[in-house]
Design a protein around this ligand. Sequence first.
Ligand SMILES: [Zn+2]
Length: 575
Amino acid sequence: MKMRILYNTVAIGLIVGFVIGIIFSINKIVANRYVHYEMFRLIIYSFQEYLNKSILIVVSISFVLFIGYLVILFVITLMGKSVPSKQNEYSKKFNKFIAVKYSRVASPFLVLSVLILNLTILFYSGNDSKIPNIILISIDDLRADHLGCYGYKRNTSPHIDSFAKRNIIFKNCYVHQPWTLPSHISMLTSLYPITHGVDMSHSLEPAIVTLAEVLKNEGYMTMGFVGVGVWMDAKYGFSQGFDHYNAGKPEESAEDKNKFIRKYLEKHKKKKLFLFIHYFDVHSDFNKLPYDAPSPFNNLFSGGYKGDFKGGDEGRFASKYLSYLNKNQIKLEESDLEYIISLYDNGIAYMDKCIGDLFEILKNMDLFDKSLIIITADHGEEFQEHGYMLHANPYYFEEIMHVPLIVKLPKTRSNFRGSGEGKVVNGLVESIDIMPSIVDILGIEKYGIEGKSFVDLLEGDERGKEYIFGFGSDGSLFIRTERWKMLNDSSLQEGRFKLFDLQSDPREWANLIGKGLEIEGQLKRKLKEKIELSQKLRKDLLKKRDISRDIERDYKDVSLTQEEKEKLQALGYLQ
Ligand SMILES: [Zn+2]
């Protein structure tokens, strides 16, 4: 009788778990628009994920209920009482209940079907050594012009320089907003910030396709290793499409991260892999000197400093202190500023060493040659070139928008047009071009994106983009051509536009707005046109008739904990 009750309870649990699993799977498939994008592998993965999870949970609950039932019987017996005859009647009724009968018949088939689903996925997630691994490395806060390969005076980056020399360096790559969260979402979705809509209070809409989803749909195992920082948290939608998404611990350095990556690769190196690696080590620290690198890099360029700058004052350390300078528009002494810049360069040198270590790990596992490797950054850093520290300037000047982009093509891609060895690309490209380029190199179909593949630029003397854009979630923006750049802060007031001729004024000092230049009207028209296009695309992607709610931003779907707020204050992001 008892075994029969156990069997029946578990059978009912299986049915309930199956139904719940199906409901959750369908919900995810609809929300992420997998049918619309014909991402069939992801549809199957969704069923697998939710069926396994819900069946396991509900069957476990059934077991617990059954054990509870046994305990009650045991207690009754212990108390010297016989089990009431009514109890036995209930048990009999339960066993004969029509739903129980059906569950008993159906459950073996359900178990079998879920088993077949899991085995099929296991069988088809086979390895293909001809397919390249994709390794996308984002070094937070790394401005391009502080690397040797971008012409810097100090030897900050020997490993990255030698990597660039043997591969493809893009001299003019730009991000769209100088802030970790929206910039990385743009990189991973190929959408401008005004299109993906992610900011401090808003996460990524599931209907937007991520690079990780595209690659997972191609059979890649997808792994995100991200550095410390609230802005890379999975709650903003970063983990969408990743099999594993690992956020580092506060004390973790790039070396620790590399150790973790090595362990992961040792386990999974035979699979097709997409690794998204985000290092936070160049970013300013908040409780000591800014950009403090570990020894021996902490003295590499800053050893000669004789001043008394200790990283802050009156309890405001590093990032918080630099943010205080911004708020009060305080100019640093020349020697202190030079010292802070050399600390930043120390941090880059340490990061560069860790990039060299990562390449060694890949080479030792025979993964380097077969991988498509991309090094880039989410934004740069400013040192009062235009009055600000960190990356807080409301105007998108070059020091915070110009980032490195270095690409190594996979050797296994034999039909690819050329190896790209030693190629220098001067044409304009943007961070949103990374995803379509990866997709292009792999020959995968394109999805709803705003970027354009830069693969054509590798073949000859094709020019880069005619226009590139930056759109901050706060409203700040820029547009640039090879020669001109126009920008505005978040007020977007007509009188606050700035226009620079980068050819004669690369430091953006001489504002040419209102000087009667024809380019002024042309760039403003182009900006307006682009904003309208992005809004239309957002509407299409989200299948919304009305996106006014998005534009007004009168709702929030992400909130920060007190601890996260404090961390961000310390980093200078929140006041
Ligand atoms: Zn960042």
